[in-house]
Ligand binder design. Structure first.
Ligand SMILES: Nc1ncnc2c1ncn2[C@@H]1O[C@H](COP(=O)(O)OP(=O)(O)OP(=O)(O)O)[C@@H](O)[C@H]1O
Ligand SMILES: O=c1ccn([C@@H]2O[C@H](COP(=O)(O)O)[C@@H](O)[C@H]2O)c(=O)[nH]1
Length: 234
């Protein structure tokens, strides 16, 4: 069983696929899945995207530097929303970020991360990388390395990494295991090249799995084969 994990979730886990905002049904599902693993004492960090609110590329006529900052603020909105919902469900949660000063957001301080974990808190890292031109996948890779995770789980709406986008191509073929180099060379667009490259440099294992399948998160943390594993070599 993995004991230290960074979970990257698409903003759409809060709204449902291709939807905006927050869906009660989806948020309750997320809380149930997180509860199952928090009961095992897993030290869990979460990076949440903002596809349910704003993605920088969705804004026409707005400069990327600005639209990306709006996108990053979206991840803070999601993080605070989740903190409140998690705590109402009895899951202790702290939100950390470098991009905002707000009463319920703590500034990231490496020395404190372990204190939060030891006290039984889930840590939500908000604000992506803190820079425009990136996405929360790259933020997740950085935070996974910083928190010394054993595994980065990307919980998404497809069941792993395929040779092409399975939402577009019916004949896409899934990989069980793939190396960072293969993912980068084949330009598999499930994650940014920057994210794969950071994970390669620090040998951070990645598991891509369907978050919308019951118990998948728990199974992933138990080390079961529930998606595609990205590793240094096969
Ligand atoms: N080779 C591939 N294998 C699997 N999925 C792929 C591949 N190429 C593209 N995709 C697409 O990537 C999508 C992953 O989306 P993801 O969960 O990263 O959402 P996001 O856009 O990063 O998050 P957010 O909703 O927060 O913006 C999948 O739904 C899938 O359609
Ligand atoms: O490091 C980052 C992370 C995110 N952004 C902007 O935020 C949105 C939302 O993130 P997703 O990963 O797409 O869910 C993203 O589209 C960027 O516009 C950023 O600039 N830097």
């Amino acid at each position: 069983m993995y004991k230290r994990v960074l979970l990257k979730l698409s903003g759409e886990v809060l709204s449902g696929e291709a939807q905006k905002g927050f869906s009660e049904e989806h948020v309750n599902y997320l809380i149930r899945e997180i509860k199952k693993v928090s009961e095992y004492g897993v030290k869990l960090g979460i990076v949440i995207g903002a596809g349910n609110l704003f993605r920088g590329r969705d804004f026409e006529g707005v400069r990327p530097t600005i639209s990306d900052q709006i996108g990053m603020l979206g991840t803070v909105i999601n993080a605070l929303y989740l903190k409140d919902r998690f705590e109402s469900a009895g899951i202790r949660t702290v939100v950390v970020s470098q991009i905002v000063t707000l009463p319920s957001v703590k500034f990231i301080n490496y020395d404190d991360i372990d204190l939060y974990f030891d006290a039984g808190y889930i840590v939500i890292f908000a604000g992506g990388t803190s820079n425009p031109f990136f996405t929360t996948d790259t933020g997740a890779a950085l935070r996974a390395v910083e928190m010394k995770a054993e595994l980065l789980i990307k919980g998404t709406k497809v069941s792993g990494i395929y040779d092409k986008d399975p939402k577009i191509y019916n004949d896409a073929v899934k990989y069980n295991v793939i190396t960072y180099d293969e993912a980068i060379e084949k330009d598999l667009k499930i994650m940014d090249t920057e994210a794969f490259s950071i994970c390669k440099r620090y040998q951070m294992k990645i598991l891509v799995m369907n978050f919308f399948e019951d118990n998948n998160l728990l199974r992933a943390i138990r080390g079961e084969n529930v998606g595609t594993l990205v590793v240094p070599s096969k």
